[in-house]
Design a protein around this ligand. Structure first.
Ligand code: PLP
Length: 425
């Protein structure tokens, strides 16, 4: 598989290098040179998740990873289902929260850990990643206990749910967590700065596990196929998918699935009040505001990292950005959406509720809508219980971690301090 740096197309790498490096020169994102068109979509859709995903990833990655190795990677990573739940005759929920950390990031995180273990070579590796909530848990659990791989996770102090924090800040071992006294964009900026520091990069074998790492993105492509595969055949014609979006990795993966030939009519990017993209799609002006804290905190991102990849896909496919649906919901509207969903008999959480409501608002007659449920409702227990006036039992995975003490370090938003911390350990 050949990939190029979107900012500097002359920088070209193979899959192994892209996985090890994460980001290219000038923080440029790597992007596949070729995304093949699959001609056997119906055959693929008839296969079970793991087998189908092995074939999709083989088509994307090519011969660079031996078939047996790739098959084992997929089998080890995708150990849980992604069921499609019917909400009403026209709307389905793709439940991506049945993995060990109850969030969609388990797909990407676990596949990336497998990929890195397969291509790492002999050197020491430090995974440095920023999280607005769920990435941290997925990465921490995917890498926990892997030999010679250290993981450092930055997150905005006080801006993620207490339960989310417990899930990844209680592991210890090769997983270290740092609460940064600022917002997610600052955490992301610190990670980028670290990657720009060549000396640091070499010294600790820096690698990222954000959605900027191509292996995570490729893994996420697979569950869009799984969604369509579970639809009744007569409903596969006019499929519209609504993606709750923050950093836009998930949407990028969906667009790659469409590029491969998956029959998806259009996508909708659904955001919270951090609405840089919906405003950009309306006005043509890229004008990020300061990030604001919302109920759907994992989407509190005003400068989405993956947006250049989205634009690249539209450009290369000759698609029109005007065809990308979008809208933003504020917290009051998010609460109403969660209640409306619950009234329809489907229990969700704020991120999925936004994707559901925007889908419902924009779905046309004759279309089948799918929205992505990116996290288990219990991961946002406080909000869900308050808004719906119900009591939610904690699933076992959360309950176990909830009882353990937090092991995080606290740090100012200061790159010099982070640098020293990384070098010291
Ligand atoms: C629960 C949840 N929903 C949605 C998103 C947004 O996904 P993306 O950053 O790929 O747009 C995230 C990202 O962390 C998330 O944790």
């Amino acid at each position: 598989m050949n990939l190029y740096n979107i900012k500097h197309p002359e920088e070209q790498v193979n899959f192994a290098q892209a996985v090890r490096q994460g980001l290219g020169k000038d923080q440029g994102l790597f992007f596949p040179e070729i995304i093949p068109t699959l001609t056997n979509i119906d055959e693929l859709l008839a296969l079970p998740l793991v087998e189908r995903s092995q074939k999709i990833l083989a088509a994307l990655i090519g011969e660079e990873i031996p078939t047996e190795t790739l098959n084992a990677m997929v089998k080890n990573a995708f150990t849980f289902p992604a069921p499609l739940a019917k909400v009403n005759d026209a709307i389905y929920a793709l439940e991506l929260f049945h993995g060990p950390t109850l969030a969609f990031k388990d797909f990407g995180g676990r596949f990336m850990a497998q990929a890195l273990a397969a291509v790492r070579g002999d050197g020491k590796i430090t995974i440095l990643t920023a999280t607005s909530g769920d990435t941290g848990a997925a990465v921490a659990h995917a890498f926990y206990g892997l030999e010679n791989i250290n993981v450092v996770i930055l997150y905005p102090k006080g801006k993620i749910s207490p339960l989310q924090e417990k899930l990844f800040c209680t592991l210890g071992g090769n997983i270290r967590t740092v609460a940064i006294e600022s917002d997610f964009d600052a955490c992301q900026a610190l990670v980028k700065q670290a990657f720009d520091d060549e000396e640091l990069r070499q010294a600790i074998g820096l690698n990222s596990a954000n959605s900027i790492n191509i292996s995570r993105l490729l893994a996420q492509v697979c569950y869009y196929f799984e969604a369509v595969a579970q639809l009744p055949k007569e409903k596969r014609e006019n499929v519209v998918v609504s993606v709750p979006s923050g950093n836009f990795g998930n949407l990028t993966a969906g667009l790659i699935a469409k590029t491969l030939g998956l029959p998806i009519k259009r996508f909708i990017a659904s955001t919270n009040a951090n609405d840089t993209v919906p405003r950009y799609l309306r006005s043509g002006q890229w004008e990020p505001n300061a990030t604001v804290a919302t109920l759907s905190n994992a989407m509190d991102v005003s400068r989405p990292n993956n947006w250049p990849r989205v634009e690249e896909l539209f450009k290369r496919n000759g698609w029109n950005l005007a065809d990308l649906g979008s809208d933003a919901l504020n917290d009051v509207e998010t609460e109403q959406a969660l209640k409306a969903q619950n009234d329809e008999g489907y229990l969700c959480e704020p991120h999925g509720a936004i994707a559901y409501q925007v889908l419902k608002d924009q779905l046309q007659a004759g279309e089948t809508g799918i929205f992505l449920c990116t996290a288990h409702p219990a991961k946002f227990k406080e909000s869900v219980e308050r808004i719906l006036d119900i009591e939610l039992p904690l699933p076992e995975a959360l309950d176990k971690h909830n009882k353990l003490p937090l092991l995080s370090d606290v740090m100012e938003n200061d790159f010099a301090k982070l640098r020293a911390y990384l070098l010291a350990k």
